[in-house]
Design a protein around this ligand. Sequence first.
Ligand SMILES: *Cc1c(COP(=O)(O)O)cnc(C)c1O
Length: 437
Amino acid sequence: MGIAPSYTLETEMALPEYNLASARKWDAEDILRQFREQFHIPKVNNREVVYLTGNSLGLQPQDAEAAMNAELEDWARFGVEGHFHARHPWYSYHERLTAGAASLVGARRNEVVMMNQLTSNLHFLLVSFYRPHGKRVKILTEHRPFPSDSYALASHIKFHGLDPKQHLVEVQPREGEHTLRTEDILARIEELGDELALVLFSGVQYYTGQFFDIAAIAAKAHEVGAMAGFDLAHAVGNVPLQLHDWEVDFAVWCTYKYLNSGPGSVGGAFIHGRHIASDLPRFGGWWGHDKKTRFLMGPEFSPMPTAEGWQVSNAPVLNMAIHYLALSQFVHAGMDKLREKSIRLTGYAEKVVQEVGRKYGVHLEVITPADPAQRGCQLSVIAHGKGRALYERLAQEYVSVDWREPNVIRLAPVPMYNSFEDVFRFGQALEKCLSGQ
Ligand SMILES: *Cc1c(COP(=O)(O)O)cnc(C)c1O
C-alpha cells in the first residue's frame, strides 16, 4: 500500500476488491497491522465479533490491566505517600498525559489538561466562555447535537436568566439533505452577528459522521465577535486536529471512544494560549491552584498559568493510567498513518455497503459525506425499508454496529485495530441479513 504524503487522496483511490483474498492482501501490507494484536476483541459464543463500534466505546488495550495494577500496587505499598512516592507520583499524574494529548489535538502543552469528564468539562468551560451581555446572548450549534451538549448549553442559557428556546439556535440542513454545508454554517453565523455570544459545534458529528471545517467556523465566529468552542468526542483520535493554529477558543473531549481508555475514563480540555493568562471567570478548586503553593493550603486562589488552572479536583489516577497507555499507542502508531489507513478502510466500507445494497436491491443510503476530508472513519447508513430490524439481524451475525434513533446504523472501522478483513466479513454478514438467510 503506497503511503501518500498528505491526507488529500484522489477520489479514485485504490481500494481492495470485495473478496476475502483482496482484503487479506491489504491487511498483509498494512504497516499498522500489529496494533490489532494489542487489543482484546470481544467474543460472542466463543466467536470473535466484527467490532465496528469503536466510535462508542474503544476496545481494551491488553496492557490496560497491568497499567492499572501498577497504580493499585503503589497505593497498597505507599498509601497516601503515593502522591509523592508512587512510580509516577499522583499529585502531578495528569502531567504524564499532556504531551500525548496536545499532539493529538494540535495544541501547545500549556493549552491542554486532562481532567474530569466530557460534559463536566463542557460546563466548566462554558462558565468561562459563554458570557452573555447586552444583545450578545445566543449560542449557535449544529442540527441535532448530542443530547448531553444540548442539555449543557440550554442549562447555561437558563443559568443566565435567559430562554433557551429563543437563544439556542441550530443550523439546519437544506431540504432533503442530512449534513450541513459549510457555507450555510458561515452564513448563519454572519446573520446572527452581534447577537451571537458563542458557536459550539462538534468536530465530527455523532449522528452523521460529518467532520466540520473547524478553522472556517472559528474564523467566522471571531469575525462577528463571538467565541468558538468544539466538542471533539468523535473527532479526537479519529481525524487530524490543529486547534492552536485554527484559533479555536476552547475544546473538550472524552477518551473512551476512539482513545480506548475505558468506560467513563478521564476527559480532556483545551484552552487557547491567548486566554490562559486572561482573567476569564472560572470555577476554582484546589487542583487548579498553582502547584508550587498548592499544599500550603492558603485561602487565596491563584490558578496555574496554564490550562491546568481550570482543574478543580485531584486526578482520577486509575483511569489515567489506562489513558496514558492508550495515548502511547497513538503516539507510536502516528496520527498521520492512522488517518491514511482510516481513509482507505472507510472508503472500502462504503464501497462494500454500496455493492451489497445494489446486489440485493436495497437502498442503503450513506448519509456521511463522501469526501474523505469531511469525515472520519464513521459511516452512518439509512437502510431504507429495513431500519432497526437490520441492525438487530447484524448482531446475530456477530457484527457489532450501533443503532441511533430515529433511523441510522453507524459503523466505524477504526484504523487502530480494525482490518480490511473485518470490513469484508461485515459485508458478508450484511449479505446474509439482506438475502433473508
Ligand atoms: C459521547 C458524547 C458525550 C458523552 O458525554 P459524557 O460526559 O462523556 O458522558 C457528550 N457529547 C458528545 C458529542 C458525545 O459524542
